[in-house]
Design a protein around this ligand. Structure first.
Ligand code: FAD
Length: 414
């Protein structure tokens, strides 16, 4: 008697949850397990540094699905259970408790985890990292008590935490080795917009310096910077980037390099094993190279593509990378990928915090960011995807509709 096929998803985050939803929606009727190390059913992380952290949104706002969804769709949701190892040859995983489960298809959607700072004092109390709902709960509770906070790292998480902490009335110092916040992605020119935004909201910005040590008696009381300054504080949040959780794959001998290597169908080097979301370093047909994207939209859309690949379909993941951020009353969307560029063209005055910035190489747009300007990201994505040759003056001219520059919509994903 043939047994029904078993599909296992490791990692009950956004990518895993969306994969499970898609498998059922598209007719997979075998056994389906969604295994997650956290106690929570799948939830979205973006609110954890924004409205949820500030206490403006409750838990019900963050979950991906209603509580009953998994049972209704016959998804065996195993929460609070960690997969300790993978045997790709015998197609088995082993849970930390020792249970072994044989799979026909396996999706690794294990996400990423914060990089830790290993400097003197790194293990003192009142030093926070932010990834999970519990981390956000603990930090929110600490913010409620007020005081002076030092945020280490002015990337997206650090900048958003700094904004939320200021909005909660704390005294905030933001420390960053680059010359402006978000410099790695936005460059110095556009990063300066965020420098001014934080400074206008009263954040003390210490740029061009790192952190040498945390000091205190049991709990952190001071941060020593690498340029010799000392900042008194009551708590610290460290946001110095994440690393992909690829241990399972690496130990099982799968190809791993800055994440689990997958092709455009999100297939790993092991037969029957797929990867999606923050952990996947995926070949991107549009860019002709592998990219690993650590953003919400990537997890949201790769989950379904992986699910279809698990069912033997050959959809490719080729969306233009996209992410968003909210800080104070400034919201933005960024689309594209610009590692190097020759210039930035602005449509609108960045000083007004209502503008679009384009990163260009030659006459091509590599990336675009709309700041407090809405309903244009799809046009920007089309400009990028179609490699439209643009003229700087028309790009900068708000009277020329971006839609006209990008050309008509054809349908399908941007
Ligand atoms: C505070 C915060 C704010 C963010 N804000 C934004 C934003 O504004 N915009 C944006 O675009 N992106 C944002 N992001 C990024 C976005 O949330 C991530 O890209 C997204 O969560 C990735 O989803 P994922 O499913 O790949 O991984 P994850 O969300 O990391 O989920 C992976 C899950 O797998 C579990 N797991 C790992 N290993 C195992 C194992 N061996 N066994 C069982 N379970 C395991 C983990 O516990 C975790 O629950 C933010 C992230 C954070 C942390």
């Amino acid at each position: 008697m043939a047994t029904e096929p078993t599909f296992v998803i490791v990692g009950a985050g956004l990518a895993g949850a969306k994969a499970a939803e898609t498998l059922r929606a598209e007719g997979f009727d075998g056994r389906l397990l969604l295994i997650g190390a956290e106690a929570q059913r799948p939830y979205e992380r973006p609110p954890l540094s924004k409205e949820y952290l500030r206490g403006e949104a409750g838990r019900e706002k963050v979950y991906v699905h209603d509580e009953g969804f998994y049972a209704q769709h016959d998804v065996e949701l195993r929460l609070g259970e960690s997969v300790g190892s993978l045997d790709a040859a015998s197609r088995e995983i082993e849970l930390d408790g020792g249970e072994r489960i044989r799979y026909d298809r396996l999706l690794l959607a294990t996400g990423a985890e914060p990089r830790r700072l290993s400097i003197p004092g790194g293990d003192l109390g009142e030093i926070f990292y932010l990834r999970d709902l519990e981390d956000s709960d603990a930090l929110r509770e600490r913010l409620d008590r007020g005081g002076a906070i030092v945020v280490v790292g002015a990337g997206w998480i650090g900048a958003e935490v700094a904004a939320s902490a200021r909005q909660r009335g704390l005294d905030v110092t933001l420390i960053e080795p680059a010359s402006v916040p978000l410099e790695r992605v936005l460059g110095a020119e556009v990063g300066a917009v965020y420098r001014d935004l934080h400074s206008d909201h009263g954040v003390h910005l210490l740029m061009d310096t790192g952190v040498a040590a945390f000091e205190g008696d049991g709990a952190v009381q001071r941060v020593r910077t690498s340029d010799g300054r000392t900042i008194e504080c009551d708590l610290v949040v460290v946001g110095v980037g994440v690393q992909p959780r690829s241990r399972l794959a690496a130990e099982a001998g799968l190809a791993v390099e800055d994440g689990v290597l997958v092709d455009e169908h999100l297939r790993t080097s092991a037969p029957g094993v797929f990867a999606a979301g923050d952990v996947a370093n995926a070949h991107h047909p549009f860019y002709g190279e592998r990219i690993r994207v650590e953003h919400w939209a990537n997890a949201l859309h790769q989950g379904p593509v992986a699910a279809r690949a698990m069912m033997g379909r050959d959809d490719a993941y080729d969306r233009v990378p996209y992410f968003f951020s909210d800080q104070y009353d400034v919201g933005m969307e960024y689309a594209g990928l610009a590692r190097t560029w020759d210039r930035v063209v602005f449509r609108g005055d960045p000083a007004t915090r209502e503008f679009v910035a384009f990163w260009l190489a030659g006459d091509r747009v590599l990336a675009g960011m709309n700041v407090n300007v809405w309903d244009v990201s799809e046009h920007i994505q089309r400009l990028i995807r179609r490699r439209v040759a643009v003229d700087d003056r028309r790009l900068a001219d708000p009277d020329v509709a971006l839609e006209d520059l990008a050309g008509a919509e054809e349908g399908g994903a941007p």
